[in-house]
Design a protein around this ligand. Sequence first.
Ligand code: DGL
Length: 252
Amino acid sequence: MIGIFDSGIGGLSVFREIRKVLPEQSYVYYSDNAHCPYGEKTREYIIDRARAITRFLLEKGCEIIVVACNTATAAAIATLRDEFPVKFIGMEPAIKPAAQATKTGVVGVLATAGTLKATKYIDTRARWAENVRIVEHIGQGFVELVEKGITTGPDAESTVRTSLIPLLDAGADMIVLGCTHYPFLSETISKVASEAYPERNIEIIDPAPAVARHLIEVMVEEGVQTASKEGFHIELHASGDSATLLATYNRL
Ligand code: DGL
């Protein structure tokens, strides 16, 4: 059984990709929406939440855990790996493919405050930023919108515009989605980008497919055998209200 968790429904954007490549596995998904957003919380707070969720997923019988949250990966994955005898797969902002593909030489990154200030992110950026300029912006209000189930329409567009336009004005042609909630706003991000710079070929990069491929590699390497004895099933849990989780899952 594969455990997946996030501060909310964002991790479903990763689950969607994992399920494409591993359709016959059993899954337990945990949305910590009673404590969402993680983006502005302290590292210690996020580590405590990640520990509690990991215990829950292990009690459920998960043999491998995907931290489907960039903020929790940056804050807590090292501690989780030290403390629990199970493999953890984390999120990486897709700066490398963006740096390789940019034509303007400018890569834009959208992420939470927690991710952008974490050492893990700063190190990744330093590794790939040699020949390109990297510009960043917090996706202000993005997580809250997605948690409300609002991903298109005028409110979504004006929220996206505020954080995205500064990156486009700086010349970015690659927009890296550094938070797992943001892929649910992809359609709106594309619309805002093409309206603002119709002549520029702007690409939106979601790391979830790469994370799904990495999960398979690790499962093969480690011989993780996750076939469930009770047969294939999917469990969805939320620490708060589960309405958006269920509605979003049904639309995946
Ligand atoms: N989905 C999250 C991430 O990938 C966290 C968003 C939040 O809770 O602020 O960073």
